[in-house]
Write a protein that binds this ligand. Structure first.
Ligand code: BGC
Ligand code: NOJ
Length: 825
């Protein structure tokens, strides 16, 4: 069952009912100011950091769901409604929500009154602009009352939802003309305020929540709206809000347009106030309001936003026989990559914005899907991330976006972290050809005096693995590797201990983690990522160093075959007792997905790769995607940690973790199994799961982190209960990796150090496809022909009429257009 449809021409998903199986959201803003907005206008805004600079308030896990947002209320002679249906939930005569690229349009109709609200955050602008168009579609005059509503957050979202003894006495606002200013703590230590304005005269306002809503009412029945008036209240502590009030009369057929701005302003300390020393200096706010105070200016801003996305989505454009692939690659997957790049894992409807900073491994992987869009921002991000690294190659696992400093609370010793940086820096160089990034001086531990070249950072990353090997010569697992929930040094039996930060005291003497537990996943990642480091060294003419690094990779490959090959797949780990994990010898968790894909792509052993792909298909694949492990753990294994705390079928315990499904898609494609790769791709790609939205639950236009696996419900005697149900949508490495899987491995358009490589691995029944790719200043027009209906194999490559050996289109400086024709066979 579907709840809407894709409008590809407008790059929108059109939601046709407010009662989606879960709130279906969109993101506004790409630089500093961000908003989350659901299909009923729920959500909130923040500036840069969802925890430290929250602008409007939101209550997670509320009952009913998704309460709080920017709401417009209409009282039309006693009929009270919202354009987005919620929170009043009066049945509307018509409803539609269009989520587009950086904007959302919600339209509601009731009793011949139509209200269309468009929300967006303009480019280079710290505010959400909202245009409300009210149209009387009836045949006689209509007089009705209209309110806006937003609830301020007292800046620090964590403090705001816990520290009531203080916060209920601090709230402060100011009102001038049609603008409500939120200035809590501005008098003392803050240099920022927020405001909510409208480009028209108002008939009143409210800024005190209890006056507007009423202490015992809710968002669904605010007292002021019920009474058809406002209180002109001035907030004095408690919960400050902003609500504009207007009485409106429209003739038959007449429309009225209002433009609202919800903005954020920072002021230099010496300019914070007017001459009286207390009234806030509104200069910047007024300039922001002025910028969008007419429908014409609003339209111009929207046009600019569209042009921005035209440009970004014009970099890679494909035309394959599958509309759903085109939709994912050309629109939604790229869009999601931008959002995850910006927000990492901080703020979604599953991440509360107060939990996590930017993840080291997460942000590096996000770059893989984003780097072609705005390479300059990717470069900046790479430098930010690398600046938090430690001198020995170890990494803080997270850093805060506002301070850009490593987060000491969570600390380091996640064994995979350093490798992702080699991968992301390589991806940046392959995309741009900008080798100068390797010379950039980048601090260690944010200390400028410890700055060394980016190449040095990559070198210590590589050797951090080599220098931390266990008894079999495999990398130490440390606190966790990619799988945060395999905690081999935890042995935790006390509730509340964080599996990510707690290590058992018995490992204290050994430096904080077991020197026995080893990760086969990190080994496989090392052999997959390592050749990039070698390629870089070779390019720089550092042949000896390259050979030395290559020898380490070769050694690791041998160790993997000698000590980590289980006969039909690669094992997962050795635990701290030296026992095998992820082996046919285990009672549960015999096979794990994570090491397999990277091992296959490391060309360790052809026969092993074949067997592994077969085992994956047999043991892990389901109609809704590949489960992470099998059989699921049905009890707590203290030696494994968090993974065995989840009921089977959920999260890391045999859930369908879409992030690492992509690694298998890549690997199958790499191994020439285009049909197998495409099967796995389409099992989880949102455009394909749209048809079963009622089961899938989360947005059909973006990936979620997890889909319930085949074991879901087994422990309560309801096996397959939530099998196929999505959770944790939007902010996941799945976005970047599936972008890589489809565009670089299946469609095979893969930036390489020396030029653009084109080596597709597609379903055999495709006749071919075409694509355009902007790459290092030139436009590549790519045509793939598949007359013999194979999956993979470049039989001929013709570049501008000239036959070329291999499958890399050599890069020629200064060329503006390149025609590439490939025949598979
Ligand atoms: C989740 C992981 C997550 C980790 C760190 C665990 O509970 O299952 O997916 O990465 O917490 O936040
Ligand atoms: C989510 C985390 O953000 C990511 O870093 C991790 O790899 C996965 N969970 C798997 O545990």
């Amino acid at each position: 069952m579907k709840f809407g449809h894709f409008d590809d021409a407008n790059r929108e998903y059109v939601i046709e009912t407010p009662r989606t199986p879960y709130p279906w959201i969109n993101y506004l803003g790409t630089q500093g100011f961000f908003s989350l907005i659901s299909n009923t206008a729920g959500g909130y805004s923040f500036y840069k950091d969802a925890r430290l600079r929250r602008i409007t308030r939101y209550r997670y896990n509320n009952v009913p769901i998704d309460m709080g947002g920017r709401y417009f209320y209409i009282n039309d002679n006693g009929t009270i409604w919202n354009p987005g249906w919620s929170p009043v939930k009066t049945e509307l005569d018509a409803y539609e929500c269009r989520h587009g690229m950086g904007y959302t349009i919600i339209t509601g109709k009731k009793n011949n009154l139509k209200a269309q609200v468009t929300f967006f955050v303009p480019q280079d602008y710290d505010g959400e602009v909202q245009q409300v168009v009210l149209t009387n579609e009836g045949s006689s005059d209509k007089t009705f009352k209209f309110w806006s509503f937003a609830e301020w957050c007292l800046w620090d979202a964590q403090d705001d939802c816990t520290n009531f003894q203080r916060n209920f006495s601090t709230g402060r606002v100011e009102i001038k003309d049609s603008t409500i200013y939120h200035k809590t703590e501005y008098r003392d230590r803050r240099n920022h305020y927020a405001f909510y304005s409208v480009n028209d005269k108002i008939d009143g306002y409210d800024t005190d929540r209890d006056t507007f809503i009423g202490l015992y009412n809710g968002f669904h029945n605010p007292q002021a709206v019920l009474d058809g008036k406002c209180g002109n209240s001035l907030a004095d502590g408690w919960s400050p809000i902003a609500s504009h009030f207007k009485e409106i009369t429209l003739k038959a057929g007449e429309s009225k347009t209002l433009v609202f701005v919800l903005g954020y302003v920072e002021m230099p300390v010496d300019k914070k106030f007017e001459a009286d020393g207390k009234t806030i200096n509104k200069e910047k706010a007024l300039a922001m309001i002025e910028k969008y105070n007419t429908p014409e200016k609003f339209a111009a801003g929207m046009k600019e936003l569209r042009a921005y996305w035209d440009k970004l989505l014009g970099i890679l454009n494909v035309n394959t026989p599958e509309d759903k692939v085109n939709r994912m690659v050309n629109i939604w997957n790229q869009y999601q990559c931008m959002v995850t790049f910006n927000l990492s894992r901080s703020a979604s409807y599953f991440e509360s914005g107060i939990g996590r900073g930017m993840g080291f491994r997460d942000s590096n992987q996000d770059i893989l899907g984003f780097v072609h869009q705005i390479p300059d921002r990717a470069r900046e991000r790479l430098i930010d991330i690398a600046s938090t690294q430690l001198e020995d190659g170890g990494c803080y696992h997270q850093y805060q976006p506002l301070t850009k400093k490593g987060n000491a609370d969570i600390g380091g010793d996640f064994s995979d972290d350093p490798l992702w940086m080699i991968l992301s820096v390589s991806a940046y160089i392959k995309e741009t050809g900008d080798w100068s990034i390797l010379d950039a001086k980048v601090p260690y531990d944010n200390d400028e005096s410890k700055a060394k070249s980016m190449l040095d950072h990559l070198t210590v990353s590589f050797y951090h693995i080599v220098n931390n090997l266990g008894p079999h010569g495999l990398p130490l697992a440390m606190r966790a590797d990619w799988n945060d929930c395999i905690n081999l040094s935890c042995f935790s039996d006390t509730p509340g201990e964080s599996f990510q930060t707690y290590t058992n005291p018995k490992f204290k003497a050994e430096g904080g983690y077991s020197k026995v537990a080893e990760s086969v996943f990190v080994a496989a990642l090392f052999t997959y990522v390592g050749p990039n480091f070698v390629g870089i060294l070779n390019h720089l003419g550092k042949k000896d160093e390259a050979a030395k690094a290559q020898a380490e990779i070769d050694k690791m490959k041998k160790v993997m075959m000698d000590s980590a090959w289980d006969g039909n797949w690669f094992m997962r780990a050795y635990d701290a007792n030296g026992q095998k994990m992820g082996s046919k010898e285990c009672e549960e968790g015999q096979i794990f997905i994570e090491p397999q894909g990277f091992a296959i792509m490391s060309d360790i052993d052809k026969d092993a790769a074949k067997k592994t792909l077969a085992a994956i298909d047999e043991r892990l694949n389901t109609k809704h995607g590949l489960v992470l492990n099998n059989p699921a753990f049905s009890k707590y294994y203290i030696q494994y940690g968090e993974i065995s705390t989840y009921p089977g079928g959920y999260k890391e315990n045999a859930g369908i973790f879409t992030h690492n499904n992509a690694w298998i898609i890549c690997a199958a494609a790499y191994a020439g199994e285009g049909d197998q790769a495409f099967k796995y791709y389409s099992e989880i790609a949102p455009a394909y799961t749209e048809e079963t939205s009622d089961l899938h639950k989360t947005e059909p236009y973006v990936y979620g982190q997890m889909i319930g696996g085949k074991d879901a419900g087994s422990d309560i005697g309801q096996t397959e209960k939530n099998f196929g149900q999505g959770k944790n949508s939007w902010l996941t490495g799945t976005a970047a990796w599936n972008m890589v899987a489809i565009s670089q491995y299946i469609l095979g358009i893969q930036p390489d150090f020396d030029g653009l490589k084109v080596d597709p691995s597609i379903p055999a029944n495709w006749d071919g496809f075409t694509a355009t790719r902007l790459f290092r200043g030139a436009k590549y027009n790519i045509t793939i022909k598949n007359p013999s209906h194979v999956c993979k194999g470049v039989k001929s490559l013709v570049v501008d009429g000239q036959a070329v050996e291999g499958c890399v289109v050599p890069f020629v400086e200064g060329k503006k257009e390149v025609n590439v024709e490939i025949t598979l066979g």
